[in-house]
Design a protein around this ligand. Structure first.
Ligand SMILES: C[S@@+](CC[C@H](N)C(=O)[O-])C[C@H]1O[C@@H](n2cnc3c(N)ncnc32)[C@H](O)[C@@H]1O
Length: 267
């Protein structure tokens, strides 16, 4: 995705947050490495989807990625769960904030709604692609098969399912972050586990990548220092990902597509 457009959208988004008495750091969007990672993920969607495609942003959170995708001439629906244990902390703290931010981001090609966390409020075969950025690890394991089947249902045959930034259970950083009390995830999936889950639910994996070798988010003022070094850190990250050390990478990125068959394999 073009840098100028992406960062102009970030400035607009930042102004919307400020007019609602909150700011980028509350949503970790002040981390340059994190934000640049989002831009790269959106570039993947842009690469695979033709203009005008309808895309579902599953677990859209603030709606920042929904907004970015809609600026790329996609028609985007953002959905999220209201007030679940997984709701972003800032939204729990400031009641109504999520809806306010969504209202400000809404336009002809970006709409938002809450749903129950399992049953997607759309008819079958409506979407060319579904994107889940930093979401799969937040879906409770007891409903994850149902959610994947719902994604199957709303996708057109051959539609794409993009999974970005899902932590791996081999990720050293998850364990370090947990040890330091810096925020980690309880339910970590292995690579094969997630791939099997996709296949079991009728998806074919097209590509798989490990991502993120260096920390993107640090506490307090350390973040500003880290941001200063971000151009170098991003290069270091890319180099490390090409070495066997990538076994310890933080996240995985999977592109799969809905198999062109009507019956989904029995679970
Ligand atoms: C870390 S946030 C990511 C938000 C956004 N995708 C982003 O990258 O900025 C995780 C989001 O997943 C949402 N979530 C949790 N369970 C979900 C479910 N069953 N279906 C959809 N979203 C869910 C949470 O409410 C939260 O907004």
């Amino acid at each position: 995705m073009d840098k100028t457009l992406f960062y102009a959208n970030l400035t607009k988004f930042s102004n919307i947050l400020l007019s609602n008495n909150t700011d980028l750091p509350a949503f970790i969007f002040n981390s340059k490495i994190y934000v640049e990672g989002i831009r790269k993920s959106l570039s993947q969607v842009e690469h695979y989807c033709v203009k005008g495609s309808r895309i579902l942003d599953l677990g859209c959170g603030t709606g920042f990625l929904t907004m970015q995708l809609s600026s790329l001439d996609f028609v985007v629906d953002g959905v999220d769960v209201e007030q679940s244990p997984e709701t972003i902390r800032e939204f729990v703290k400031k009641k109504g904030l999520q809806s306010k931010v969504w209202s400000a981001l809404k336009n002809d090609s970006a709409s938002f709604q809450f749903y129950d966390g399992v049953n997607l409020p759309f008819d079958k075969q409506q979407f060319d692609a579904v994107m889940a950025h930093a979401v799969v690890e937040h879906i409770p394991l007891n409903v994850i098969n149902q959610v994947f089947q719902e994604i199957q249902r709303v996708l057109k045959p051959g539609g794409y399912f993009f999974i970005f930034r899902t932590p791996r259970n081999q990720a050293v950083m998850e364990h370090v972050a947990r040890f330091l009390g810096m925020g980690s995830h309880d339910e970590l999936m292995g690579e094969q586990e997630l791939i099997s889950l996709l296949e079991k639910n009728g998806f074919e994996v097209v590509s798989f990548r490990r991502t993120d070798m260096v920390f993107s988010v640090l506490p307090g003022r350390l973040q500003n220092v880290w941001n200063l070094f971000s151009p170098v850190l991003i290069i270091v990250d890319e180099i490390l990902l090409k070495t066997p050390l990538n076994y310890f990478a933080h996240h995985m990125q999977i592109l799969s597509l809905k198999l062109n068959r009507s019956a989904v394999q029995k679970l």
